[in-house]
Design a protein around this ligand. Structure first.
Ligand code: CP
Ligand code: NVA
Length: 298
């Protein structure tokens, strides 16, 4: 692996290796004998807000021996229109790796090609690969494995989280049901490209959640969509609440990548009932991303 730009471009061997590495790094936290980023300087370029991703990468790079700078896109010339390919060619001559959060997946791809340094997608409109790795680690810790489990994604079926889950399901083979309003299901071209018989799509959240081992949700309006009231209005039946979860498997877990909007995609009651899992999932960002850093550091 040279970069982590998407789950789509990985395979089952790489996904399993990253999760195994994350398990090991988590177990030996505070006691690392190998520091693969020793002597390195990394940067984060963020065009969108972040709590978990920013802090977990700042901590993770340091724990692996490197140093890191945070660059808000508004504070660098990128925010005034300097092309990403020029930013990449400058930074590529000075730093050892870059972590980017932005809108357009093509910007992350362009940075990786022009910068010629390890590049990590820290969320785009297309994918959130770092989050899925933490989610998978959490499933493994809580349920032992994802093999043979039924996972459900309820909410916006065509956002960065659902798409990354869809690719993960394709490669790892677990059952995934995506339940979303018709207008928020992925387009046929995407579904055809994924071509995974173990991934199905429905507009019926009650049917989807029947017997589910993992119930996963995310905000209805992703960053950049905050003013789309007409989109939010589609999601009334898609709230993860106690009534919906009554049909899930007895020992089901609930995942939420956070931040969560109470009484919208998830109730306060459900979030607090499953807070042990959800905040373990947030902590796992650190361990999963250290595995990514260790895998791609030059
Ligand atoms: N889940 C997640 O990526 O959180 P932040 O937006 O706080 O980084
Ligand atoms: N789908 C959400 C994820 C936030 C971590 C967003 O893009 O805002």
């Amino acid at each position: 692996m040279k970069h982590l730009l998407s789950i789509e471009e990985l395979d089952s061997i790489q996904l399993n290796a990253l999760i195994d590495s994350a398990v090991q790094l988590k177990a030996e936290r505070g006691n690392h004998t190998v520091r693969p980023l020793a002597g390195q300087t990394w940067a984060m370029i963020f065009t969108k807000s972040s709590t978990r991703t920013r802090v977990s990468f700042e901590v993770g790079v340091r724990e692996l021996g490197g140093s890191i700078m945070f660059l808000s896109s508004n504070d660098i010339q990128l925010g005034r229109g300097e092309p990403i390919k020029d930013t990449a060619r400058v930074l590529g001559r000075m730093i050892h790796g870059c972590i980017i959060r932005t809108f357009d997946q093509q910007d992350v791809i362009d940075f990786s090609e022009f910068g010629n340094i390890p590049t990590i997608n820290a969320l785009t409109d297309a994918e959130h690969p770092c989050q899925i790795l933490a989610d998978l680690l959490t499933v493994k810790e809580k349920l032992g494995t994802w093999e043979g489990k039924k996972c459900v994604f309820i909410g916006d079926g065509d956002n960065n989280m659902s798409r990354s889950w869809i690719w993960a399901a394709k490669y790892l083979g677990f059952e995934l049901v995506v339940a979303a309003p018709e207008a928020c299901l992925p387009p046929k071209a995407f579904i055809d490209k994924v071509n995974a018989p173990n991934v199905s799509f429905t507009t019926d959240p009650q049917e989807a959640v029947k017997g589910a081992d993992v119930v996963n949700t995310d905000v209805w309006l992703s960053m950049g969509q905050e003013d789309q009231a007409e989109k939010e209005a589609l999601f009334g039946d898609y709230q993860v609440n106690a009534e919906l979860l009554s049909a899930a498997a007895e020992n089901h877990i609930v995942l939420h990548c956070l931040p969560a909007y109470r009484e919208k995609e998830i109730t306060e009651e459900v979030l607090e009932l499953h807070s042990d899992t959800i905040f373990q999932q947030a902590e796992n960002r650190l361990h999963a991303q250290k595995a990514v850093l260790a895998a791609i550091a030059m």
